[in-house]
Design a protein. Structure first.
Lengths: 242, 242, 242, 242
C-alpha cells in the first residue's frame, strides 16, 4: 500500500545524510496521504545505508501501526500529533542537526537575521517550551508535538509561513507540503542557525530583519506575487499576510 | 549567440558548489560581452546538477531578456545595475556563503586583518547600507545594486581594487575581470570572513593591517610591478594607487 | 589466536577515520576476551590506511604482550588499567578528537545539555584530574587510567551509564560493551562536545537537563523498558537506577 | 638534477590539498640537499592539480635559480633565509591555513594547551613580530625569514623542538627533517590552533600545560628514550633538554 508515498518518504529520508543533517540514525522523515488518513515513517534505529523503501511503516492518525514489520520511529507520536493539528502539512522531519540543537539546548529562538532565513521562514523559529516532568512521564513523544502546537498558538504563528520549530533541550522539527520540502526546510534551518550563531557573536546590536524585508523575501518565493524560480505564483495558498 | 561566454558563465556557476559557496540554488554568476552590451546569467532557481549551458539567459543592459526560455535569476536587476556603474568588470557572482552572510547580518565590514585578504582586496570589504522600506518596495533588486555603488562612492573605494561588497542583512556580491575571477574573489571573501571572525573573537585589539602591508601584498599580485605567479605585470591596468 | 576479536577490533579502528575522529595515527581501539583475560589493541603509530588485522597486538591483563610483532599502542597501560577496574566493558577507544580535546584542555566536563547527550551518557562526562608531576613520571599511561577510575569513584559515577571520560589537558577515552559500541560512544561525545561548546557561547544561563529528562532519554534506549530501535529491552543489564 | 628530492618535494606539496591546508595555490613546500647546498621549491601560483615534479625549481642558498623554467614561489627568499639560519632542517612549508592565520592576524602565539601540541611542539608556537615598513619595503620575503629567526633567538627557542612559527598578520611557516615531516608539522599546527581557539573561548583560566607534561609527551616521541611508534629512539639527536 501507498507505494508512491513510501518511495517519496524513502528518498526524503535518504537526503538527510546527503545534506549532513544526521549522525548515525538520529533523524526521521514521514509523509502523509491525507485522503486515507495514513502516514508513512522511517522505522526506529535503522541505519540509513541499510534502509529500504519496504522497511517503512504505515501508521494511522491515532498512532496505530497499520502495516510494517519493524517498529516505527520512537518519535511517531510527535508526528501523529503534528499531522492532527497542522492539517495542511504533507511531510515532517526530525533531526539532531548540531547547530539547531545548540540553539534548542540554550532555549533560544533562531532569530530572523538575514534573507536566507526570510526566504523560507517568515518569522523567528521558536524554541518551544521544554516539557515538564509530568508531560515527559505521561506521554513524552506526544507531548513533544503538543508543546510545538501550543507555542505556535500562543505566539500566533502560522505553521505554513514558519515551517519548523525547535523543542527546547532537544532539537528541531520541520515540516512542509511534501516530505522533500520538509527536508529542504530542515536544511535551511540548520544553515541559518549556523549563520545566526556567528552573527550573534559578532555584534550585540539587535540585528533582526525589519518586517518589510521579511515580507519582501518571503513573498518573492511564496504566494500569488512570487517571482523567484521557474513557477511563479507556485504556491497560491499563501496569500499575502498583512 | 554568445556561445563562448555561455560556456564560461556555465563553468563559473559550476564552481560555486565545488568551492562550497552555495547550498541548494542560492547563488548565481553572470558574465558580460561589453562590445555587444549583453550579459549571460544563470536562470532562477535551477539546481546546479541539472544546469546546462543552453539554460543560461541573455540579458541586455536595460535588464531585458534577449534570449532564453527560462526566467533569469531574480537578482538580474542587481547585476544590471552593477554592470552599468562598474564599467570595467566582466563577471559578477552573488552567493549566500555562510561566513560572509554572518558579517552582512551583523552589518559589519569584513576588515583587512591578514595578507590573505590583502592579496585580493585592497581595503576592508564594506557592508553596504541595508535598503530602506521605500527602496525595497520600489525596486528591491535594482536598489541592491544601487546601495553597493553608493557605498563605494561615499567611501571613495575603487571597485577594481576592492572587487566585492556585502549588502547588509543579505549577503555578498563579488565581481572581477571575468566570471571565473569573480568566483575566485567570492571564495577569497568567504575564507577571509571565516578567518576574521576567529581573529575578532581572539583579540579586542584593532588588528587592521597597516597601509604599507596592504600595498605590499596587493602589488605583489597586481599592477606593473607584480611578481607573484608566472605572468608578472599581468594586470597592467592596476597602476599603483598612491 | 583471537581471530574473531582481531577482526572486530580492526573494524572498530577503521571506523575512526571514517567518523572523522582521528588525524594521522592519533587514536586506538582495543577489545577484550574476558574469558581468556586477553585484549587486542592497535599497534603504536601505524597509519590507518596500512593497518591490517594481523598487525594487532594481543596483551594480557598485566599489560604484557602475548602475541604480535609490533609494539602495542603507547596507551596500552591505560587500557589495561581500565579493563581491570571496569569489569563489564568489552572495548575501549582513545582519540584526540578536537572538540573533546578543547574541553579537556579547559579542564571542563562536557555537560549534559541536550537529549543527544542523554541518549548515550546519563550524566555530565567528567574531566578527570590532570596527572601530577609524580604520577606522570612514575607511570604516565597507567596513571591516566587511574585518574579516570578515581574520578568515577569520587563522583559516584556508573561507568556503564557514563561510558566515557576526558582526561584533563589530554583528551577523551570512551568504552562500551564491544569495540564497535566504544567507537559509537566516542563519536557521540565528539558531536555533543561541539554542540555544548556552541550552547555555552549562546547563553550564560545554566542549561543542564533536569534529571527527569535525563532519565527519559537514557531509559528510552537502555534497560528493560527501552523502546527505541528494533530490539527493545536490548540491554537488560541496565536496570533503572533510582 | 635532484630527481629524488624533486619527487619528495612534489609529494609533500600534493599533501597540502589532501590535508585541507590550502585554498587555491596558497601554499608551498621546499626540500634541501645539504651536500649540494641546493633546494627544490614549488613554482609560483601553479595549481596543485596541474603541478608536475618537473615543474619544481632548483634554487641555491643565495636564492638564485639554478634550474627550472618557471618562476619559483614568491616566498623563496623566506625559505632561503630559514635554510641558512636553521642548518639542521630538511624541508619548509608555508600555508595560509585558516586557524593558524586567525592567530597570526591577532598577533597571538599558539599556546601549548594540550598533549596533541606537546607531541610535536615543545613550547608555545610564537607569533613572530610583524615586519616594519622599512623591512617590508627593503626585502619583504627575506625579512619574513629574518623575523622568525630573530624571534627564536630572542626567546631562546630551539628550532628543532619547536618546528614552526607564525608571522604576525600573515600566517604559518613550519619545517622539519624532511619535506614530509614539515607538512606533518603544519597539519599539527592547524589542528592545535583550532583546538586552542575553542579552549580559549571556554575558559579564562590560564590552561598552559605544566613543563613536566610538555617533557613527558615530547620525549615519548623524540630523543633516545622515545617509546611511541615502531622505531623507538628514532631521533637520537634530540637529547633531553633540561
Amino acid at each position: 500500500m501507498l507505494e508512491q508515498l513510501k518511495k517519496e518518504v524513502y528518498e526524503a529520508n535518504m537526503q538527510l545524510p546527503k545534506l549532513d543533517l544526521v549522525t548515525f540514525t538520529w533523524g526521521n522523515v514521514s509523509g502523509i496521504d491525507r485522503d486515507q488518513g495514513l502516514f508513512v515513517i522511517k522505522p526506529s534505529g535503522v541505519d540509513y545505508d541499510k534502509l529500504q523503501p519496504e522497511d517503512l511503516v504505515v501508521v494511522d492518525l491515532t498512532g496505530k501501526v497499520v502495516e510494517g514489520k519493524l517498529n516505527p520511529s520512537s518519535d511517531t507520536p510527535t508526528h501523529t500529533y503534528l499531522y492532527n493539528h497542522f492539517p495542511k502539512i504533507g511531510g515532517i522531519v526530525h533531526t539532531h542537526s548540531p547547530w539547531a540543537v545548540a540553539f534548542a539546548a540554550a532555549k533560544m529562538d533562531i532569530p530572523a537575521l538575514n534573507t536566507t532565513h526570510a526566504d523560507t521562514f517568515y518569522t523567528d523559529v521558536p524554541a518551544a517550551d521544554a516539557l515538564t516532568k509530568e508531560e515527559i512521564e505521561e506521554d513524552y513523544e506526544g507531548n513533544t508535538g503538543k508543546t510545538i502546537v501550543r507555542t505556535f498558538n500562543e505566539r500566533h504563528l502560522d505553521y505554513e509561513a514558519t515551517p519548523g520549530s525547535l523543542v527546547s533541550q532537544h532539537g528541531p522539527f520541520c515540516w512542509g507540503e511534501t516530505p522533500a520540502k520538509a527536508v529542504y526546510n530542515a536544511k535551511v534551518l540548520e544553515v541559518v542557525a549556523e549563520e545566526d550563531y556567528h552573527t550573534l557573536q559578532l555584534t550585540r546590536s539587535d540585528s533582526h530583519l525589519p518586517q518589510y524585508l521579511l515580507d519582501k523575501h518571503y513573498y518573492r518565493k511564496h504566494g500569488e506575487n512570487a517571482y523567484y524560480g521557474q513557477n511563479n505564483a507556485q504556491s497560491k495558498t499563501h496569500a499575502k499576510r498583512k
